[in-house]
Design a protein around this ligand. Structure first.
Ligand SMILES: [Zn+2]
Ligand SMILES: [Zn+2]
Length: 415
């Protein structure tokens, strides 16, 4: 009998043929960066795209399990893509083999104009038809960044079942997205049956993006059958930890004007017809408010299978904050980052596992900030309207950093 493995998996990202993606986003660069972050399994990204398929086959090798590929450094990949349906909803698909990849390409050929020009293709099928086509081909399908405006299923529908209709019972997972976490999503009762995944949706391979959200999966080996059991929570397999942004950092967390970035109370925004009185631009509904609209429960009720959710901050951002440098890409920050990863094995180990005493051997100041982070003492300017939230230095107040529609309003100060 094999023992259980616990692996860190990031199952949604994009390759260089998707829009706004770094040209360095190749399978081998992803594979080289993964162990520095502490990830053992990644999604292949964009696997319906012909040139990307060729690159994946060139840079990774196929093993016994047809769904899994491996880089020479041991990093594994699961055949995966994201697609957009005819209602502009995004779905994540896991595929059991390259022959099924070809089967899907064949099915989508007449329903898609950009299969070979965009890594994330637009398929002219609705959610139900798309799910049916994928499930019939033996794939797993779930919805991406569930609540985000524009492309999240629950931004458009009050129930995911209204979108998937006859296929709803075949949906076993959702992806939380950067603007939501388990505490928020479990306020909606119909989601209690689903496994929550937290993935990066990374567009560049560097460790502040790759694995900025990830899942710890418990399974016997990295194989299609074991991953399927983990996602369906069968035979003691499952997702045992979700790790990701504090939702405040997400780009769509709060209700905010797209033009002048003023924050609004959702009630105010609604009274104003979702138009900003200052700059006339559109006010974008925040994910926190969308969940409030859909919620059946107050915070804090989870089904018994739900794993904990840990908030994470990229190590480079903690280092930058600790040494008082604004830009986490500066050489000084990157050098320190490298020292930590070399000494302690991976970014995830530094952030979540290594003893603080050991961390302070390199720098007591940085260790102190890692401790702030672990104790959730770091505060944020929240994100909204497509702009990420940002970290505050200790002592800094969010109120001093944000523009609110009415400075007297109360609930926005409770960040
Ligand atoms: Zn998407
Ligand atoms: Zn405005």
């Amino acid at each position: 009998m094999k023992n259980f493995l616990e692996i860190n998996a990031d199952l949604h990202m994009h390759g260089l043929y998707s829009g706004a993606v770094s040209s360095r986003m190749t399978p081998s660069t992803i594979a080289e960066q993964a162990p520095l972050k502490g990830l053992q399994l990644l999604g292949t990204a964009d696997i319906l795209h012909r040139k990307w398929i060729n690159l994946v086959k060139e840079q990774l090798s196929q093993g016994e399990d047809e769904a899994i590929l491996e880089h020479k450094n041991g990093t594994k990949f699961l055949l995966q893509t994201e697609v957009e349906d005819s209602n502009r909803i995004h779905h994540i698909i896991f595929i059991p083999s390259f022959s099924k990849v070809e089967e899907l390409r064949e099915k989508f050929k007449t329903k898609c104009k950009n299969l070979d020009s965009d890594g994330r293709p637009k398929i002219w099928l609705n959610s139900e038809e798309l799910a049916e086509a994928c499930i019939e081909s033996g794939c797993m399908l779930g919805f991406a960044h569930a609540f985000t405006p524009y492309f999240g299923i629950l931004a458009k529908y009050d129930s995911y079942k209204d979108a998937y209709k006859s296929q709803a019972s075949n949906i076993h997972f959702l992806e939380l997205g950067l603007s939501a976490d388990t505490n928020m999503a479990d306020r909606i009762l119909e989601l209690h049956n689903l496994t929550f995944l937290s993935n990066s949706d990374a567009h560049s391979p560097w460790p502040n993006k790759l694995g900025r959200e990830f899942n710890t999966l418990k399974l016997k080996e990295i194989s299609w059958q074991e991953l399927k059991r983990a996602i369906q929570r069968k035979d003691s397999r499952g997702c045992i930890l979700n790790v990701g942004f504090n939702p405040l950092e997400g780009r769509y967390h709060k209700t905010r004007c797209r033009g002048c970035l003023t924050f609004f109370e959702p009630k105010e925004a609604s009274e104003l017809g979702w138009r900003c009185p200052k700059c006339k631009n559109i006010i974008k509904k925040g994910v926190d408010f969308r969940i409030e609209e859909l919620a059946d429960l107050p915070l804090g009720k989870h089904p018994s299978h739900r794993p904990p959710y840990k908030h994470i901050i990229p190590l480079s951002e903690i280092i930058a904050l600790a040494i008082g440098i604004k830009n986490s890409w500066s050489q000084k920050v990157q050098d320190l980052w490298q020292q930590y990863v070399n000494k302690f094995g991976s970014e995830i180990k530094v952030l979540l596992e290594t003893d603080l005493k050991e961390l302070s051997e390199l720098s007591p100041k940085i260790a102190e900030y890692i401790s702030y982070f672990r104790n959730e003492k770091i505060k944020y300017v929240p994100g909204g309207a497509g702009v990420y939230g940002s970290l505050l230095k200790p002592g800094e107040k969010a109120e001093d950093k944000i523009k609110k529609f009415k400075q007297t309003q109360k609930s926005l100060t409770e960040f």
